[in-house]
Design a binder for this molecule. Structure first.
Ligand code: TMP
Length: 206
């Protein structure tokens, strides 16, 4: 492999991404790949500080543009500090959320112009885009209920169901626009069934 493989995972809050990432990590390690797992927003010490500002429930008056730019700032740091160097060393990078989250949450959810998000993020991405994006497709109502019961709700998760539905519809739209990159995985099933689809799909790339 000349350059490593960049995998991102996406889905509404509570879609089961984290569990699947752990399984993917050990599966790919078992195949002999060097695997780096990270997340957005966060993944670097600067990014984690930005994350706590974004998700703080006290910051309820944060402007949507501020929010969009904070996500992009955390992303710029992660691309620069971890993703680019790891890919150039031939590693597999798995990132829990990436640019598509900004399109669906800030674009479809907050109604920020997609073109503006694209322009701001072009600087943050520095030419990096995922090779494979797994979209864990589950009705947001089912997913969020599951998430809040286990961890409590952060600032974004406190949004009304109407917001989460816009986000979900945004994912569906992106998946249909970029079928070569984004693979929807039916996720209202048990962990093993979901992972079996994920594995079959990843085998094409690794
Ligand atoms: P997480 O709970 O999956 O770690 O993600 C944190 C929250 O941030 C989640 O509700 C999705 C949201 N988010 C955005 O709104 N825009 C973004 O660009 C990213 C990466 C996450």
């Amino acid at each position: 492999m000349k350059r490593g493989l960049f995998i991102t995972t996406e889905g509404t809050d509570g879609s089961g991404k984290t569990t699947q990432i752990k399984l993917i990590e050990s599966y790919l390690k078992g195949k002999g790949f060097e695997v780096v797992v990270t997340r957005e927003p966060g993944g670097t010490s600067i990014g984690e500080k930005i994350r706590s500002i974004i998700l703080d429930t006290e910051n309820s008056d944060m402007a949507y543009i501020t929010e969009m730019m904070l996500y992009a700032s955390a992303r710029a740091q992660l691309v620069n500090e971890l993703i680019k160097p790891s890919l150039s060393e031939g590693k597999v990078v798995i990132c829990d959320r990436f640019i598509d989250s900004s399109y669906v949450y800030q674009g479809f959810g907050r109604n920020i112009d997609i073109e503006l998000i694209e322009r701001v993020n072009r600087i943050a991405l520095d030419g990096i885009m995922p090779d494979v994006t797994l979209f864990f497709d589950i009705d947001p109502e089912v997913a969020l209920e599951r998430r809040i019961q286990s961890t409590g709700a952060d600032r974004i998760e406190r949004e009304a169901m109407d917001f989460h539905r816009k986000v979900y519809n945004g994912y569906k739209k992106l998946a249909s626009m970029y079928p070569d990159r984004i693979k929807a995985i039916e996720s209202n099933r048990n962990i093993e069934e979901i992972f079996s689809d994920v594995k079959a799909y990843l085998d094409k790339f690794s």
